[in-house]
Design a protein around this ligand. Structure first.
Ligand code: HEC
Ligand code: HEC
Ligand code: HEC
Ligand code: HEC
Ligand code: HEC
Ligand code: HEC
Ligand code: HEC
Ligand code: HEC
Length: 662
């Protein structure tokens, strides 16, 4: 395999990893008035909001409120470690393993999250805050380890002292109002600022100082203030999505009312299996993507149909929430008779249609895909069904029997068929190609599912029919479909038609599409042009993260600048010491630059860190073979094959090292 192919393999592995971002910009908060200023005129809204999780998403430590968690002092164990929460000389502390080799007290300064669990922020050098792994459940008054069985060690990226748990880049933007990360790459430090701590009024209504001033200047009037605006339903969902989704920031300037896609690249169901093939959430996916994939959203239902815009509690309780529309009369909503529809089962509507997954050890979250519980999909594809999540003692066949008896042919839905073909596309089955082409073009399907189809078509992008189908979607009315089609055309870039069509996408009206096109065309794109600048801005925003450094390196490598790329790779591997793709790429670039000894040392580091990854000895073998050290190369390739018998690239290399006699 050549270097280029290996790189694209790594990119495929990396794309969609969690990106968080930064950008140095002056801070202009003068247009914000702060939530307190709204209170006297909007008392009812204010009071609902003040008690909400939004208002309390981040706050300073408050002695009276937070005392219970720390006093009397409390120990708890995770793995071999013991952590203590205590108050010492008036200071709130967590005593735990951090940067030093023994336990140290770390001061707590801020409180993060509200219900059903709370995390704590400790100040670190360079303007940083780190999120403690010791977390607190206020209802049970218990401390617990937020990663459960996933024990993390000091020095690891995901340890509480690592960049993965850095508040400035990984957490702050969604828990605050108008955040500016202000990362300084030169000093690797932050001057993070925000208009207001927590999710305040202006996080959703935009800066409203002008409104406060206008209202104060026009006290006795029936005139409407021209400075406030009402959000359209579509823009409301995008506003919620800016925090309730998994995405990559393209800018840090999203304002309520803006298009979501001009500021974020959305993660969707793809080969990384963070959602199940029927759209249910699996990883910590929040709500937005599942909801975009639901039939209800497709017919115009929005978050505020069920959530009060200020308390964020449900607008009605129990089945009434659903029956408001499903009693009949609401356009297109199927009429449901709650008694006959649920047969002998005593579940409420959300029990079957919004199943629960627990995140962060303590937070049961409801699936917003509004899927149909389907035990048959469990049997066929291992997709969980709501019946057995609840009737945990029963078998899948037990649920299947009742589902068949009760619902009969109604279970044979197009969504079931779609889930089957998505699963087939996930495992690369050739017949799924045609089905994905069909799904991509089917305008009865929502843009979300068409974008998912586009994503899975990447694996067949060199086939003419697939290419034609993807090219047609460059004109899709929906930016998500256009973006995913652009990304999936990358393997077909050598085709001149494809290349020129993608060139045209560099001037798409929406940034998510432009950035995708600039990335695909990164070897040649004009970095001073609009799309090139958009791409660079995204990369600059994530320059404080190893993934950001790695992507920057990939860009430079595509542009034949390996020496510059190596600088970024070294940062990536210093910040995340356990990532085989980062380390292997660094070794390859070192070798390319004639630094063989350095390359082998990098691979030593990689093998010591991740001894069971076959890619590492395989890359060593490639590098040794390239340098004519065939015997050592054979030994390395055999190690790779021992770790993963049948590992295809290694077998290919082994054949080359044993040239068949003519
Ligand atoms: C001096 C009183 C006053 C202050 C201060 C004030 N508002 Fe208003 N606001 C009003 C009045 C009066 C209206 C028009 C009547 C209405 O729609 O409620 C209004 C309208 C609005 C609307 C538009 C409602 C609609 O349906 O069109 C929003 C949103 C709003 N205010 C939010 C805020 C926020 C957020 C703040 C604080 C940053 C704030 N207001 C501060 C008096 C005030
Ligand atoms: C600036 C980011 C941000 C925006 C915008 C935002 N949210 Fe949230 N939302 C959060 C965070 C953070 C939490 C969790 C806070 C906590 O528990 O401490 C949350 C919590 C919630 C909850 C749980 C509340 C509860 O009491 O359990 C609901 C429901 C919710 N948001 C709905 C919405 C909807 C609907 C919108 C759009 C109108 C929206 N949010 C916009 C960040 C945001
Ligand atoms: C993409 C936006 C986003 C980012 C980034 C983010 N959160 Fe949240 N967080 C939310 C939302 C939204 C909720 C509300 C729960 C939900 O949506 O299901 C939440 C809820 C929470 C809660 C309250 C408990 C709960 O489950 O509701 C805690 C604690 C929390 N987040 C901690 C963190 C920490 C620590 C980080 C950084 C490592 C972080 N969050 C990063 C959006 C975000
Ligand atoms: C998480 C998002 C969010 C937060 C935080 C938020 N709002 Fe709203 N608010 C909305 C949405 C969405 C609507 C309905 C759509 C619209 O009118 O644009 C709304 C509607 C309103 C309205 C008009 C309708 C009404 O209920 O009177 C006012 C006034 C208002 N909000 C004021 C405030 C104030 C004051 C605060 C802070 C105390 C606040 N909002 C916090 C999302 C939010
Ligand atoms: C504001 C109106 C409204 C509310 C409230 C509402 N629905 Fe719906 N629902 C709809 C509409 C409209 C459709 C039809 C979508 C379609 O078939 O195109 C629908 C469809 C569905 C479907 C069928 C999905 C499928 O894949 O065929 C389910 C399941 C569902 N709703 C469950 C619920 C549940 C559970 C609740 C309460 C938590 C609820 N709905 C609340 C309007 C609503
Ligand atoms: C025991 C599990 C279960 C419960 C509880 C349940 N449903 Fe369903 N629901 C299903 C299944 C299975 C289907 C698919 C078969 C069907 O359409 O009859 C379905 C289908 C639906 C549909 C789509 C109907 C159509 O014609 O396409 C809607 C809407 C719906 N449910 C709403 C509700 C509402 C509202 C409630 C609460 C009153 C509820 N469900 C409670 C299992 C359940
Ligand atoms: C058809 C009704 C419905 C719609 C539409 C809806 N939700 Fe929910 N949501 C619920 C219900 C029911 C719960 C569970 C409430 C509970 O457990 O008390 C919930 C819970 C939540 C929670 C708490 C954490 C969790 O996942 O359980 C968040 C956050 C949330 N919703 C955000 C959103 C956002 C954002 C949207 C729009 C993108 C949205 N919801 C649309 C009904 C809805
Ligand atoms: C949210 C939880 C929940 C979900 C989801 C759920 N059930 Fe139930 N179910 C119950 C409860 C509670 C009862 C009544 C208590 C009992 O008998 O277990 C019940 C009773 C039953 C019964 C009759 C009692 C028995 O054990 O024979 C059957 C059959 C049944 N459910 C089947 C299903 C099927 C099939 C599904 C999925 C389509 C389903 N349930 C989904 C909670 C749930």
């Amino acid at each position: 395999m050549n270097l280029g192919l290996f790189f694209s393999m790594i990119v495929a592995h990396i794309v969609g990893a969690e990106f968080q971002n930064t950008k140095n910009e002056a801070t202009h908060f003068t247009a914000f008035a702060g939530s307190e200023s709204c209170r006297d005129c909007h008392r009812a809204d204010y009071d609902l909001w003040a008690q909400s999780n939004h208002a309390l998403a981040e706050r300073p430590l408050q002695v009276a409120t937070d005392r219970t968690a720390f006093n009397p002092p409390r120990d708890f164990k995770h793995g071999d470690e013991t952590t203590t929460a205590r108050i010492q000389n008036g200071q709130f502390q967590i005593v735990t393993l951090g940067l030093e080799s023994n336990r140290q007290p770390y001061r707590i300064e801020r409180v993060f999250g509200h219900d059903p669990l709370i995390q704590f922020l400790t100040p670190f050098p360079g303007g940083r805050y780190q999120v403690q792994e010791a977390s607190y459940d206020p209802k049970s008054n218990q401390w617990f380890y937020v990663y459960g069985d996933d024990l993390r060690n000091p020095g690891e990226y995901g340890h509480w002292t690592g960049r993965g748990m850095n508040w400035n880049s990984q957490c702050a933007e969604c828990h605050n109002t108008r955040l500016k990360k202000n990362y300084d790459a030169g000093t690797d430090s932050y001057h993070t600022t925000m208009a207001e701590m927590g999710v305040g009024c202006e996080a959703c209504h935009g800066p409203l100082k002008a409104h406060v001033e206008w209202r104060n200047a026009h006290t006795n009037t029936t005139l409407l203030d021209p400075t406030v605006f009402k959000l359209s339903p579509a823009r409301i969902v995008g506003l919620c999505g800016s925090c309730h989704s998994r995405n990559t920031d393209l800018t840090e300037n999203f304002k309520p009312g803006d298009s979501f896609y001009d500021h974020y690249a959305l993660e969707t169901l793809d080969g990384d299996k963070r959602w199940y093939p029927d759209g249910q959430i699996k990883d910590e996916d929040y709500e937005f993507e599942a909801f975009l994939g639901s039939k209800m959203y497709q017919d115009g239902v929005i978050c505020l149909d069920c959530h009060n815009p200020h308390s964020y509690k449900n607008t009605l309780q129990g089945n009434d929430l659903c029956m408001r529309c499903h009693i009949g009369g609401y356009p297109k909503a199927p009429k449901i008779d709650p008694v006959s529809h649920t047969h002998e089962c005593k579940s409420d509507c959300i029990g079957c249609h919004m199943p629960v997954t627990v995140y962060m050890q303590r937070h049961p979250r409801r699936d917003h895909g509004f899927t149909i519980p389907d035990p048959l999909l469990t049997k066929e594809l291992n997709v969980p069904n709501a019946c057995n999540r609840c009737h945990a003692g029963k078998t899948t066949d037990w649920s299947l029997k009742y589902a068949d008896e009760w619902y009969g042919t109604n279970m044979n839905r197009s969504t079931r068929e779609r889930a089957r073909w998505i699963a087939a596309a996930e495992s690369g089955e050739a017949e799924a190609n045609e089905k994905m082409i069909g799904l991509l073009a089917d305008t009865n399907q929502s843009p979300y599912w068409r974008a998912v189809a586009a994503t899975f078509l990447e694996q067949w992008a060199v086939e003419p029919a697939t290419q034609t189908a993807l090219l047609a979607q460059l004109k899709s009315e929906h930016p998500l479909v256009r973006e995913k089609a652009v990304r999936s055309l990358e393997p077909a870039l050598s085709d001149t038609n494809v290349a020129s069509a993608l060139q045209g996408m560099l001037s798409d009206p929406l940034r998510n599409v432009r950035v995708a096109a600039a990335w695909v065309l990164r070897a040649t794109v004009d970095m001073q042009g609009q799309a090139g600048q958009d791409l660079q801005r995204m990369l600059d925003l994530e320059a404080d993260q190893p993934t950001g450094q790695f992507e920057e390196a990939m860009l430079l490598l595509s542009r034949q600048q390996p020496a510059e790329a190596l600088v970024h790779l070294k940062k990536a591997t210093a910040w995340d010491k356990l990532s085989p793709p980062f380390l292997c790429t660094q070794a390859q670039v070192q070798d390319q630059l004639g630094q063989l000894a350095g390359a082998l040392k990098t691979l030593d580091q990689a093998e010591a860190a991740v001894p069971d990854d076959p890619h590492i000895p395989y890359v060593r073998a490639m590098i040794l073979a390239r340098n004519g050290r065939n015997e050592e190369a054979k030994a390395a390739v055999n190690r790779a094959l021992k770790l993963q018998p049948g590992f295809q690239p290694a077998l290919g290399l082994l054949n080359n090292l044993h040239p068949k006699s003519p």
